[in-house]
Design a protein around this ligand. Structure first.
Ligand SMILES: [Ca+2]
Length: 126
């Protein structure tokens, strides 16, 4: 059964619903505008004077982000999803002026060797 909620529509077929597109500040009528707004990559962070490589999950956010709650979730198997609070922390990003949300793994990549973890962004309206 298809949802009649306009937030659930994916008009451009890029896999991102209208709600997610609005939260990212992308367009649900342009398939090229959405998916590239999210990335997970290795990034150097300085923590307590030590620079190390961490996983960084980053997404753009709508200029009126107070409309939304952005939560990063993790899963070991794509079946069970939970809050990323145990493995990631949300950090501010220096990449102004574009408003971006960034989460950093709590442990450096070298300590996560062999760990399989999937990530996703969960967005709800406030
Ligand atoms: Ca879409």
């Amino acid at each position: 059964m298809e949802s009649s909620d306009p937030d659930d529509v994916d008009q451009d077929g890029d896999g991102l619903t209208a709600l997610i597109e609005e939260a990212l500040g992308s367009s649900d009528t342009d398939a090229a505008s959405g998916p590239a707004n999210m990335a997970i990559e290795h990034r150097a962070f300085e923590i307590d004077g030590n620079t190390d490589s961490y996983w960084a999950f980053e997404t753009t956010s709508n200029a009126v982000a107070e409309t939304f709650v952005y939560e990063m979730e993790v899963s070991p198997d794509l079946k069970v999803w939970e809050s990323s609070n145990a493995t990631f922390e949300q950090v501010s990003s220096p990449q102004a002026p574009a408003e971006r949300l960034t989460w950093r793994s709590k442990a450096p990549i070298q300590e996560l060797d062999g760990t399989v973890l999937f990530v996703r962004l969960r967005v709800t309206r406030q």
